[in-house]
Structures are given as C-alpha cells and as structure tokens.
Design a protein around this ligand. Sequence first.
Ligand code: LLP
Length: 451
Amino acid sequence: MSTEPTESTAPSAQPIAQLRDVLPLTAAASAEGVLSIGGCSVQDLAREFGTPLYIYDEHTIRETCRSYLRDFRGRLPGSRAHYAAKAWLSPALTRILVAEGFGMDVVSSGELHVALAGGMDPEQIGFHGNGKTREELNHALDCGVGRIIVDNDDELALLDELTRTRARTQRIMLRITPGVDARTHAKTTTGLRDSKFGFPLPSGQAEAGLVRALEAPFLDVTGFHIHLGSPLFSVEPYAEGIATIADFAAEMKERHGYEWREFSPGGGMALTYTADRTAPEADRYALQIADAIHTACDSHGLPMPDVHIEPGRSVVGRAGVALYSVVSRKHIPETRDYVTVDGGMADNIRPAMYESQYEAAAAEQMRTAPTRTATIAGKFCESGDVLVRDASLPPLEIGALVAIPASGAYQIAMESNYNLALRPAIVMVRDGHAQLVRRRQTLDDLLALEL
Ligand code: LLP
C-alpha cells in the first residue's frame, strides 16, 4: 500500500493534491476520484458503517508518535511524551499509544478509567485539572498514577491530607501560570495571569505553593509544569514561557534550595487544518523547546530537567477524517449556496465555538477541480451550525460523500447528543482493513440512562 497520495497529472486542480497536507498520510484517490484512507475506500466505509463516520488512520497516528519521540529524544534525552487524552480517547487509541511508547495526561476519573482499560501503565499517567475532586484524587492515588499535576492551594491541601492518611509518597508537579501570552484564541489561552489554571507566578502564589508542597511529608515535587494554550502556530511563546519558568526555578533553588528534576512545557502543538496555514513540524517545537531549556539551565547553572511534553491535537488531528452524506441543498440567489450534511455541531462544535476553519472535499470527486462555492451546513437547529463556510467544491448530489480532514482532535471528544443526534461510529483503518472501534449510538441508547 502506498502511503503517499496518488500523483495526479494536473496536481493544482485536484483536491487530492491540494489537500495533501491536511489529509492523513495514507490518503489516496482512485482513478475515478474516490478517496481512500488506510487503503479503504470511503465509499465502502460509508456503505458498511453509515455516516456520519469518523475514520482514523492508524499509520498517521503511529508516524506522528514516532516523530515526536525521535525529535524530542534526539535533542532532549530523557524526555517523555504524554498524549493529552482530552483531544480524543478510546481504548483502541490507548493501545496504539502504549505500543509507541507514549504516556498520557488525563483530566478526570473518566479519562483515567478509559486509559487504564486500554492498558496504559499508571506510572506513565499524569493527572491534570483545576477542579480535581476528592473522589478523583483518591482514584488517582488508588491507581498509582505517576504524577499529579497540582493546580492550586486547595488541591495541595487536600492531597497533603490524602497522602498523609495513606502514608505513601506521591510525585507531583506544580502547574505554574507564567503570565505569557500565547496569542491564540481567547477560549484556549491558559498562560496569562488572569487564568483559572495553575499557581500564578507574578503574584508570588507559585512560590508560596512550592514552599507548602515541600513541607508536605508525602509529596515529592519533581518539578514545574506550564501549558500556555493551544493551538500555538508560533513556537516563540514556548521560549518565553521556558525562560520565565527557569528564572523562577533558579530563584527557588537560591531561596529554598529546591532543584527541579522534571519540567513540562505542556501541549499546544498546532495542526494544519487548512491548506493555507501550515503547522510547524514536531522537530521545530523540539528545537525551540530544547534550545530554550539548554540556554536557561546554562545561564542559571540549573540541572537539566527531564522534559515531559503533552501534545494532544497534533497526535490525532491529522489522522481523523469526518465523513458525511449530503442530505439537502439550497440555492439562495445572489446570496449563498448551502449544502446540508447529516452531521454538524453535535459531532463538531469547534467552528461554532472557536470560529475554527476546515477544508471540505467531495470525497468521490477527488480528481475533479472545484467549480463553485458552497457552505457546508450541519443539520442541527442553530444558525451557527456551519461546518465550512464558502468551500470550493464540485456540484454535489443528494447522498454524495463529503469529507472534512483534520477532524481527529477535539471533535469526538467534545461531541454531544444535541437534538438527540446519535453519536457517530468510529473506525480505525490500516492496510486495507477497517476496524469498528466504536459503534454508532442507537435510538435505544438514548433511553438507556432514563429512569
Ligand atoms: N496539556 C494541558 C495542560 C492542556 O490543557 C492541553 C489542552 C493540552 C496539554 C493539549 O493541548 P493540544 O496539544 O491538544 O493543543 N477544545 C479546544 C482545545 C482545548 C485545549 C485544552 N487543553 C479545541 O478544540 O481547539
């Protein structure tokens, strides 16, 4: 099986060539123009599993994991990669991540439960979140998670109490808010002083938190964590964040004799959603992060910490393609053409929530140059339910398949049953085989929790 899209004779006009960077690595088009992923034709997948369908390309996930570990370990030996499970989590994905040597970050008992069900070693799990409940912390301690990333004073006090009761040491990292602007969407920026996440650094609360954590008899503070926001299309904020946190680490060494052993610059590595905005490669992030840490440690005489990165979106985003069927069309003279598909904001809230941009492709006409502009609308009862505005497409018949690439992250993870839509099926494709990893919800499922 070829892992490259099939070459075309007129590449610039053919969607299969134009969308190469947003489609999974194994995407190809048949001579008739039908899109295939992982050697599976999307027509066959739609016939077998129905639409809307989320298709994940195993090869793309594995290749992405490998390049992260290669690029980061090449520059920062001892570094670890923890996949941010919030981007999309399933036992099937977890099994792949385990095989590729990734750990995981979880933010809830639910994510912890699924990660363990998929075979993740608890030692490789970091537990995050600004609102961990007593039950969740007990769950994390019971499972023996490797690290708890402590967010605030109340959590610290609770964890101190719980670990004293157990008389067992728990490794923790302190999440610090460095006061750095990641210049991303306001809803996904997290490094600013006015943030609900982490111990604020400029106000002195980070130092107070560290002192308190060091006094707790059963807490072992391995180091500091920052997460600036996501997605970060520019690598500069990482350097800024690292310089700030290293200054803090140096002060803590001087004032309290504390030395960091571990550091996490968080996640936020970007994803190429549209052909005109390319995300930096993993190695670009590795270079920037490694340079910033080496420079800071050299200038402060600090020991080099082990670095834990936490990419989510960039690990699974490109691997996922959302596949829909056209259900209706509307031509409004001198205004706009709408093409409505059988999914929308219940499976992809991102355009409505963050004005996120995507490409759309007529999945059975990947060799046909677009001739018109149409807006891909979702089927849900809100005007804001628009998936792609003014997409360039060939004419689409009722029942035609529409593919939206770069759909692997934060779509299924943020899905809902709005309008009591049934949650889509998910298939994992590889070498011409498609494995159903989650069945489509049924009407009876909608009643399953009702008493
Ligand atoms: N680490 C921490 C502490 C985080 O809060 C996040 C994301 C990540 C890592 C992973 O970031 P990533 O590499 O996936 O960008 N729902 C939004 C994204 C919210 C991100 C929340 N935290 C979206 O759909 O764009």
